[in-house]
Design a protein around this ligand. Structure first.
Ligand code: SAM
Length: 256
């Protein structure tokens, strides 16, 4: 089927598409999870302290899976997105945000793939990279962290999701998708929160966080989120195994 054929599918029809298919909900991940992925991003950022007057940069904002909640919530001129694929943002606005809200809240987008966050010229209170650093090369990862550290407000926070296959570090030099780039700290899918303050420019919940109340709170939150993510993954795999077993039984006993 032609790649562009899916763009007119409804969200319900799109649920069956494979991740990466050319529909605004499928291109950015599992279309059946678009709903919960929106909620997870919004919940994480508000739990980390995002409030309506803050500025937020959404790196790789895609079709506004997070933006469809952040844009109405934040005051005007507070939401910024980086996304190389223009059509994704356009479809996100058309199908999820609406032109009225776009006019009212004036989200700002840069359609680039060089992570040039500093080019907005805005000190960001919060930066989010949901399912972005799970696909980047090491050079892109470094570039992204360097750009974020330049544009993060002094008290700003950067939340990013990562992937760890438990064995390898991704050595390729290109964006990899829908497969994952593994950066290892011992979790399956995990979150890291970075802040400017501390001994190093980049402070994660693994590192120099100890002793700083705000960082300790983040540590607890991200650890809980990582554990919940892991548990969710294990439950899903158990469910898949059970479904396979049931299918095998049905083949043996068609009356089941
Ligand atoms: C897995 S999707 C996640 C999208 C969104 N964050 C979400 O939660 O739905 C990855 C997104 O990153 C975008 N992307 C690809 N290369 C990029 C780059 N170099 N910089 C920023 N975004 C990029 C893709 O176009 C896609 O929209």
């Amino acid at each position: 089927m032609d790649e562009s054929d899916h763009r007119t599918s409804t969200p319900e029809q799109a649920r069956e598409l494979p991740p990466g298919a050319r529909h605004y909900r499928a291109y950015v991940g599992n279309p059946a999870s678009y709903d919960t992925t929106s909620v997870a991003q919004f919940t994480l950022m508000t739990a980390l302290g995002l409030r309506e007057g803050h500025t937020l940069l959404d790196i790789g904002c895609g079709s506004l899976c997070g933006g469809r909640l952040f844009i109405p919530y934040l005051l005007a001129d507070r939401y910024f997105g980086i996304e190389p694929e223009v059509w994704l943002v356009e479809d996100g606005i058309t199908h999820e945000v609406g032109r009225d809200l776009q006019r009212m809240k004036r989200p700002v987008f840069r359609h680039v793939s060089d992570f040039s966050a500093a080019a907005f010229g805005v000190p960001f209170d919060f930066v989010l990279a949901q399912s972005i650093l799970t696909h980047v090369s090491r050079t892109q990862l470094e570039r992204c962290l360097e750009q974020v550290s330049q544009s993060l407000a002094p008290e700003g926070l950067f939340a990013a999701s990562f992937y760890d296959d438990g064995e390898t570090m991704y050595e390729g030099d290109a964006w990899v998708y829908p497969k994952f780039a593994s950066y290892s700290v011992g979790y399956d899918h995990y979150w890291m929160v970075f802040a400017r303050e501390g001994q190093a420019e980049r402070v994660s919940w693994l590192g120099a966080a100890a002793g700083h109340p705000r960082m300790v709170r983040m540590l607890e939150l991200t650890r809980q989120l990582n554990d919940a993510n892991r548990e969710h993954g294990m439950t899903r795999r158990r469910l898949e195994d059970a479904e396979l077993e049931l299918a095998a039984l049905r083949q043996d006993k068609p009356e089941l």
